[in-house]
Design a protein around this ligand. Structure first.
Ligand code: SF4
Length: 390
């Protein structure tokens, strides 16, 4: 079983970020108290009481102090046992990674760090409004390794066009684009040289409620250039493949089978409990979505209630979830599993779409296992949604 904790605080708002967080840290300890209350209230959500993974995400969970971590772990231990090989991950920002903090994390049993580096280029980091610089990014990886954190992941963003305010004709200048591609290539080479076993890399997206979303509305920046982004995706995939990384999910790469066991559990549709504002949970039959508002979350928990919406999944929705997540992974989707859920309905409904994708070499079917091809990965979301049941 798997536990996710959402810590909804950050020191600074990154211009692209659409996650739930607050930069006002005054409620941090109170939210932690509420999270502990939620862990108590949800003690029976997971049938199996042995945890295989715990993931502290956010926001910036590396902002938690020792007392807050202590309270959280003591509450978790009241209800669950830990598997002998449990994976305990902390998402951390480079500016929070100090020798003392790493020692504290080790004392609590953290054995994996997911570091939000995003770029090794100072101009790009400034453009994204990240709080750290490229030297901090590199130093924190070395420090974590020196302190014995071998299971490290770093996040990198591609599709960053930092000079988007240039006149259109200069943006389209192919030399300029090549220069940006070189920066991306250098970011990847830096990541490889740091010898981290796991890299997550997502394309920059512009979400309406973010600073970039507002800039887009007033034409301060143009929309993401799909062709540019897909060129960067190609550079990502080929560079990491050459360096021996396995693309086990469209945006996730690892060496030596260092998969994120926690995230893989989502993609394989295992049950998990998510606690904290905006966290989601899944118990095989239904999904739960916690409220994305810190004061409301605290208020409800004080009254002994979990402020969440619930959705019971129909067999069709379970199939759609499976297609959407399974096709993004190297393990693909087992058509026998789909048949168990909805009989032959999926195959009958989607026969033509399936054949079209197979003939265009976007999908590959072997022994009832449906997988996306390298060519199809660029269009994974569209391919999946075309195969949904309505
Ligand atoms: S990207 Fe991470 S650090 Fe930046 S605002 Fe979002 S959650 Fe906070």
């Amino acid at each position: 079983m798997h536990l996710y904790l959402h810590i909804p605080f950050c020191r600074r708002a990154c211009h692209y970020c659409d996650f739930h967080f607050s930069t006002n840290l005054t409620l941090k300890t109170t939210v932690v108290e509420s999270i502990c209350r939620e862990i108590d209230l949800q003690a029976n959500y997971l049938k199996n009481k042995q945890l295989e993974t715990i993931y502290f995400g956010g926001g910036t969970p590396s902002l938690l102090n020792m007392n807050e971590l202590y309270d959280i772990f003591e509450t978790i231990k009241k209800h669950y046992t830990f598997a002998h090989d449990i994976e305990i991950t902390m998402e951390a920002n480079p500016d929070d990674i100090t020798r003392d903090r790493l020692a504290i994390l080790q004392r609590f049993g953290f054995n994996r760090l997911s570091i939000g580096i995003q770029s090794f280029n100072d101009n790009h980091l400034k453009y994204l409004n990240r709080i750290h610089n490229s030297q901090n990014a590199e130093d924190c990886v070395h420090l974590a390794q020196e302190m014995g954190f071998e299971n490290l992941s770093i996040d990198l963003i591609y599709g960053i066009h930092p000079l988007l305010t240039l006149p259109k004709k200069e943006q389209n200048n192919s030399e300029f684009t090549q220069g940006i591609h070189q920066i991306w290539q250098r970011d990847l080479e830096k990541a490889i040289s740091l010898n981290v076993p796991h890299i997550s890399s997502y394309c920059l997206t512009i979400e309406p409620k973010t600073v970039f979303g507002k800039w887009l509305q007033i034409n301060k920046i143009p929309p993401i250039d799909e062709e540019f982004a897909s060129e960067q995706f190609d550079i990502l995939v080929s560079t990491l493949a050459d360096a021996g990384y396995d693309q086990y999910e469209i945006s996730n790469f690892c060496r030596d089978n260092r998969y994120s066991r926690h995230n893989t559990s989502y993609w394989k549709r295992h049950e998990y409990l998510g606690v904290g504002p905006s966290a989601h949970s899944f118990n095989g039959e239904s999904r739960q979505f916690n409220i994305s508002n810190n004061p409301e979350y605290i208020k409800a928990l004080l009254l002994g209630q979990v402020p969440a919406d619930y959705e019971i999944l129909t067999p069709e929705e379970k199939v759609n979830d499976y297609i959407m997540t399974g096709l993004r992974t190297k393990w693909g989707c087992d058509l026998n599993e789909i048949e168990k859920l909805v009989g032959t309905k999926w195959l009958k409904t989607n026969e033509a779409v399936l054949q079209k994708n197979l003939s265009q070499n976007f999908l590959h079917l072997d022994n009832q296992l449906l997988k996306i091809t390298q060519k199809g990965k660029l269009f994974a979301d569209k391919i999946s949604s075309d195969l949904f049941l309505v």
